[in-house]
Design a binder for this molecule. Structure first.
Ligand SMILES: *Cc1c(COP(=O)(O)O)cnc(C)c1O
Length: 424
């Protein structure tokens, strides 16, 4: 049996209907933007393995930092104890986050980062004896797969089976071009009720929806409106954080500042699962009391794992380097040139670019479902061409490691152009 066959005996994969899915490609090695499978086929990882890997696979700088930490202090509980890497991660983040962010809480993944933000929003008002028990979210949002995160997610087939067992969430339209006014008006109605504890959003780019983009100035209006009515704003930067949009955080494009931020994915350069939720001083003080019951009774066994923190520190060091800034700009310029080249193609409906993110919508006769037939054809086509892209519906997007070479990027573009001619 090869690795892929051994895998299929026992492993249950994410977002997979095993009855109809093809066998899983067994990857044996990664280096830079490249991956190799057990038959030595080479792939360009054009989506940074679900948006986690900005600095390349098997990055030596991060690996060395992890090894050093593993052989110094691999883990210690974070209840009652602390350690240098956790303090350093906090100090470093405080330098680069919006300056209203003053406290941070560690967890393990994007969903838990969101879960914590929502629990904090709800408990803040509970602690104050105010009845604000609902959350506002965007249509087609994705915030993760645990219960509160799922409740705020709006991609229906992810959540359908669980209706009735979720927290109360009301959705508003995304302020994409043409929808700015309906979005703002919907929010105005909701915040006026005083029922809502928080508004969660993916700032500027809705990743899982297919890299749907909207203007910072529109988000500013929504945030200001929430803040005027005492509704906490929660920026889910799990996907957008750490350079993807061309700045450290998508929120750096805003005039306003969110009350909470959720970070994960690229936080550790795609090495060790870790997440962080950050808060304003005001929020922290809503829990700061002589009454022990007002504390945040939330924690995970591996909270602030020192090895994960060491990986995060090394990653942030790489992110800050001049070389990485240049890489981000280089990828962005290439994307813009490619956009110009293909936007007039008769099969191209729309294109959009922000930072290292490129997205293109195929013109199709009918609406393509998220994991539908056309999407599967595209996915299989790209894999056959040695490119890892995971289209959603009729949308193909690129979100490569920042260190991807010009040649490798060119191969990804060529595969998309070929798909425009060959995949129907
Ligand atoms: C991926 C993602 C999450 C969930 O993160 P996990 O680590 O998969 O739990 C949450 N929010 C956004 C915006 C994401 O892209």
């Amino acid at each position: 049996m090869n690795l892929s066959e051994r895998d299929s005996q026992y492993n249950w994969h994410p977002y997979t209907q095993h009855k109809t899915a093809q066998s899983h490609i067994a990857i044996t090695k990664g280096e830079g933007a490249l991956l190799w499978d057990e038959n030595n086929n080479q792939y360009i990882d054009a989506i940074a393995s679900w948006w986690v890997n900005p600095f390349g696979h098997s990055n030596r700088f991060i690996a060395d930092a992890i090894y050093k930490q593993l052989t110094t202090l691999e883990h210690v509980l974070f209840g009652g104890f602390t350690h240098e890497p956790a303090v350093q991660v906090a100090e470093k983040l405080m330098e680069i986050l919006p300056n209203n962010q003053k406290k941070l809480f560690f967890s393990d993944n994007g969903s838990t980062a969101v879960e914590i933000a929502i629990k904090v929003a709800l408990q803040y008002f509970y602690n104050k004896g105010q009845k604000r028990t609902k959350i506002i979210a965007f249509e087609n949002a994705f915030h993760g797969d645990t219960f509160a995160a799922m409740a705020t997610s709006g991609i229906s087939f992810f959540t359908e089976a669980f209706q009735g067992s979720m927290i109360d969430v009301v959705r508003i339209p995304v302020p994409t071009k043409g929808n700015e006014k309906t979005s703002l008006e919907a929010l105005e109605k909701l915040v006026a009720t005083n029922d809502f504890a928080g508004f969660i959003f993916e700032p500027l780019v809705q990743g899982a929806a297919g890299m749907v983009m909207y203007e910072a100035s529109e988000l500013d209006k929504l945030i200001s409106l929430c803040q005027k009515h005492g509704v906490f704003t929660i920026a889910d930067e799990v996907m957008t954080g750490f350079g993807k949009t061309g700045k450290n955080f998508a929120c750096d494009y805003l005039k306003s500042q969110p009350d909470m931020m959720c970070l994960s994915k690229a936080l550790t350069g795609g090495t060790i699962p870790m997440a962080i939720t950050t808060f304003t001083q005001q929020i922290f003080e809503g829990f700061y009391d002589d009454d022990v019951n007002k504390a945040l009774f939330h924690g995970h066994t591996f909270t602030a794992n020192p090895t994960g923190c060491a990986a995060a520190l090394a990653s942030m060091q790489l992110l800050e380097s001049e070389a990485m800034h240049q890489n981000i700009q280089r990828v962005n310029k290439r994307h813009l040139a490619f956009q110009q080249k293909i936007e007039q193609h008769p099969r191209v409906k729309t294109t959009r670019v922000l930072g290292v993110i490129f997205a293109m919508e195929f013109k199709t006769d009918s609406a393509e479902s998220y994991y539908g037939n056309f999407r599967n054809k595209l996915y299989t086509f790209f894999i056959a061409n040695g490119i890892i892209l995971r289209p959603v519906g009729n949308i193909v997007y690129i979100l490569p490691p920042y260190i991807i070479s010009d040649d490798q990027l060119e191969k990804v573009y060529q595969a998309i152009e070929k798909a425009l001619e060959e995949v129907y």
